[in-house]
Design a binder for this molecule. Structure first.
Ligand code: AMP
Ligand code: DBH
Length: 550
């Protein structure tokens, strides 16, 4: 039997200059650990300890590892080969963790899609990553992912195999995967890329973020110490598990590293999360600001016992001081602000920081080796306390995206600093206050939406002459998206345009919250203005009109 030819693919790489590698090793940040290495060790040392709770399952560390090895061997028996990239789109179910651990065990490379993503996004990830397979759930939140799988294979035929958690239809079931354990590879190089995380997409489509075993494990091992996670902790995943925040800050990986218990909440609302907190005695959970406020509100009325909660983390979008005060007042546990990014750098307020810093800052970097620069528009460092662009490099911040030369040229300086796109103020203590951003994306309750991406979809509509998408302050979401549209000959209805965007195969959170029709853009502009200026003008005019109307 002849083997299929090994496809010519762009290699996966994330490298730091030698001097930095030496420094991060010498400092003890990079210890040569790998995902399969630490998971196997925990499966022995914490064999009978409960590792993962969710969806009716209660797996010990030994069971989780056995599941991972079964699925890993099964995927290889089905024809996948180490190095293949696999798009994973699963909700907060134990199989998400088992599948990801299985991919690590087989040296297959997960590419994380969110459950909210639809065909356009998943196909983009598959194409960019040159994925060979897709793992999805039969359904989640009433959406049938097998239909998406069919469309995906039609659009990206390189996705040879589909594996389904639940009823597989014509595909293979994850539950029945199996194969010889002897076919499993040894442990990977700790410097190798372990997975591809997804960026929120500040300009255009999401970018793929290659993270190595060494760098990512460092980020959550160090996070554990700063978030109070140890073997006695019970960590709840309330946000989508594929998000970098609940995955690694300290996230479920931090919890598994510590030998703690991970509790998967099927949704982020207090109605589902509170009973689980009470039943499992959850000690730590991470939320985005709107959810934290919702929880704070509900905590005052609930009959469920939330007294086990020690640390409530809030991040993904700015938590303003007044909101922080409300959260602290009603939840009665320690608040920790988390300002992170899938590209790397994560900042935490420390559990023993004075209250004022916890309420008013977004924390300071994990590592002494996180280099932070706050610079003006010309790249010159500003003095402490002034607002500037945040640039960073360090032992767990990437130096390049995968397969995206244009984004790399834009996003990294010549000496390897990542341009975060965030505008911050740094206090003498090193704590950062996020003051805004330099890029035109919308941070909708922690989900980042690229204005450009949505404008492109609107422009594809036959009755749209031009469109500009901007963020508008929103009491609940923090920001909502508003599309200013110059119609063609006929003005479509707003609902029709929203349905159009949804119909383009996009995550629902990207559908504009509001559509405003205008005759023209930029009356004050002389000649050509940038999209960025245009969006700023439209936003300013809109807010002014609202003020006048109110
Ligand atoms: P991403 O690159 O998609 O992982 O998104 C990371 C971005 O989310 C950051 O660069 C910030 O713009 C934003 N972000 C995350 N946490 C916070 C926070 N606590 N406060 C303000 N913005 C945040
Ligand atoms: O928003 C984020 O991407 C984020 C927030 C908090 C993140 O990636 C993280 C912590 O690790």
């Amino acid at each position: 039997m002849s083997k299929p030819p090994t496809p010519q693919r762009l290699p996966l790489r994330q490298t730091w200059p030698d001097a930095f590698v030496a420094r991060y090793r010498a400092a003890g940040h990079w210890r040569g650990e790998t995902f399969p290495g630490f998971l196997r060790e925990r499966a022995t040392r914490c064999a009978e300890v409960v590792a993962v709770v969710g969806g009716g399952a209660r797996w010990t560390y030994a069971q989780l590892w056995a599941e991972a090895e079964r699925i890993a061997a099964g995927l290889l028996a089905q024809g996948l080969v180490p190095g293949d990239r696999v798009v994973v789109q699963l909700g907060n179910i134990p199989e998400f963790i088992a599948v990801v651990c299985a991919l690590f065990r087989a040296q297959l490379v997960p590419v994380y899609a969110l459950p909210a993503h639809r065909l356009t996004e998943v196909a983009h990830f598959a194409r960019k990553a040159e994925a060979a397979a897709y793992v999805c759930a039969e359904r989640f939140d009433a959406f049938d992912y097998r239909a998406l799988a069919r469309d995906l294979q039609a659009e990206v035929p390189a996705v040879r195999r589909v594996f389904v958690v639940g009823a597989p239809a014509e595909f293979a079931a994850v539950a029945s995967l199996d194969g010889p354990r002897t076919a499993l590879p040894g442990d990977p190089d700790p410097q190798a890329v372990a997975f591809l995380q997804i960026s929120g997409g500040s300009t255009g489509l999401s970018k793929l973020i290659p993270r190595t075993h060494d760098d990512y494990i460092y980020s959550f091992r160090a996070s554990n110490a700063l978030c109070g996670i140890d073997a006695n902790s019970v960590y709840m995943v309330a946000l989508p598990a594929a998000h970098n925040f609940p995955m690694s800050s300290p996230g479920f990986f931090g919890a598994l590293y510590a030998g703690a218990r991970v509790v998967l909440s099927p949704g982020p609302g207090p109605d589902v999360a509170f009973p689980l907190i009470a039943a499992e005695r959850v000690t730590c959970v991470g939320l985005v600001p709107p959810l934290a406020l919702l929880w704070a509100d509900a905590a005052g009325k609930t009959a469920h016992d939330l007294s086990s909660l020690q640390v409530l983390q809030v991040g993904g979008a700015k938590l303003v001081p007044e909101a922080a005060r409300r959260v602290v007042a009603s939840l009665g546990c320690r608040l920790q602000q988390v300002f992170g990014m899938a590209e790397g750098l994560v900042n935490y307020t420390r559990l023993d920081d004075p209250d004022e810093l916890v309420l008013t800052t977004q924390g300071r970097p994990i590592s002494d080796d996180d280099e932070v620069l706050v610079v003006d528009d010309h790249g010159v460092p500003v003095t402490d306390g002034e607002v500037g662009h945040l640039l960073t490099r360090g032992p767990y911040t990437i130096r390049a995206y995968h397969n995206d030369a244009a984004a790399n040229a834009r996003s990294f300086t010549d000496d390897g600093f990542y341009r975060t796109g965030d505008m911050v103020q740094r206090l003498p203590s090193g704590h950062l206050i996020v003051q805004g951003r330099a890029t035109d994306h919308i941070n909708r309750a922690g989900e980042k939406i690229s204005a450009e991406e949505i404008e492109d979809h609107l422009l594809a509509h036959p009755q749209v002459f031009d469109a500009a998408v901007v963020s508008i302050p929103d009491d609940f979401l923090g920001e909502r998206s508003c599309a200013f549209v110059i119609p063609g000959d006929e003005t479509p209805r707003p609902a029709e345009l929203k349905a159009w965007v949804r119909g383009r195969g996009l995550a629902a959170f990207k559908v504009p919250d509001q559509i405003v029709f205008v005759d023209a853009f930029g009356t004050t502009a002389v000649g050509k203005i940038s999209r960025r200026e245009l969006r700023a003008q439209l936003r300013a005019r809109f807010l002014e009109d609202q003020k006048d109307a109110g």
